[in-house]
Design a protein around this ligand. Structure first.
Ligand SMILES: [Zn+2]
Length: 221
């Protein structure tokens, strides 16, 4: 679904199966954020094609974190010269307990080589500039991506509409998640594009969502 020029959201609707939302950023260097589960990638590709976004157009894959429901499908997109990027703490996590997590969930970690690391600060992709924010808590190397031009915030599994990322998985940390949420709350966002759940549009709705999370989740983190 097209949200704005060069901004597309593929929101996972099925309640029967866990998969993440995926996002495509068009333009001179097309990007996909979180391709999702491998066996559901064909569904994503079909949805993308309706918007004229072809698999072979994607040049960069950004992983908000390494959990299977976000990262597994990377292997389909990471072909030829397509680049793959994640935070270095997440790569270390995947080499250890995060990788075992795949086997526990009955899958195999995708065999992809990272092209570069996502670190705190500006990320230039073609003519666009994004801000990478290290937001640990759900996993050690979780990142969020802020796109100032659109005031769009891709929050991965840090925050959702009326919810937060789980902290009971290996590498999770409730206090760190709280700190990460507060950092994201400082940003001037008109789009909240979470790893699960619906898209939230409008600054006031996004602020209301932070307020809800503070009231209903912080005591448990
Ligand atoms: Zn996750």
């Amino acid at each position: 679904m097209k949200l704005d020029s060069d901004l597309y959201a593929y929101v996972w609707k099925s309640s029967m199966e866990n998969n993440c939302n995926s996002f495509v950023i068009g333009g001179d260097v097309p990007v996909i954020i979180d391709p999702g589960h491998q066996h559901l990638v064909k569904n994503l590709i079909k949805q993308m094609e309706k918007d004229g976004n072809r698999l072979e157009d994607i040049r960069l894959i950004i992983a908000t974190h390494g959990h299977p429901d976000h990262f597994e499908g990377t292997q389909t997109f990471a072909r030829g010269g397509v680049q793959v990027a994640m935070h270095p703490d997440e790569e270390n996590f995947l080499k250890e307990i995060g990788g075992q997590f795949y086997r526990v969930m009955g899958g195999e970690m995708p065999e992809v080589k990272l092209s570069f690391y996502l670190k705190e600060g500006d990320l230039k992709v073609g003519s666009k500039t994004f801000q990478i924010i290290h937001t640990p808590g759900h996993s050690p190397g979780s990142i969020s991506i802020y796109w100032p031009e659109k005031k769009a915030l891709f929050s991965g599994d840090v925050i959702f509409p009326m919810g937060v990322g789980r902290t009971d998985f290996p590498g999770g940390d409730g206090m760190l998640l709280r700190e990460s949420i507060e950092r994201l709350a400082q940003l001037d966002a008109e789009w909240l594009l979470s790893g699960h759940g619906e898209v939230i549009k409008g600054r006031q709705n996004i602020l209301r969502n932070y307020a809800y999370i503070r009231t209903n989740y912080y005591d448990y983190l």
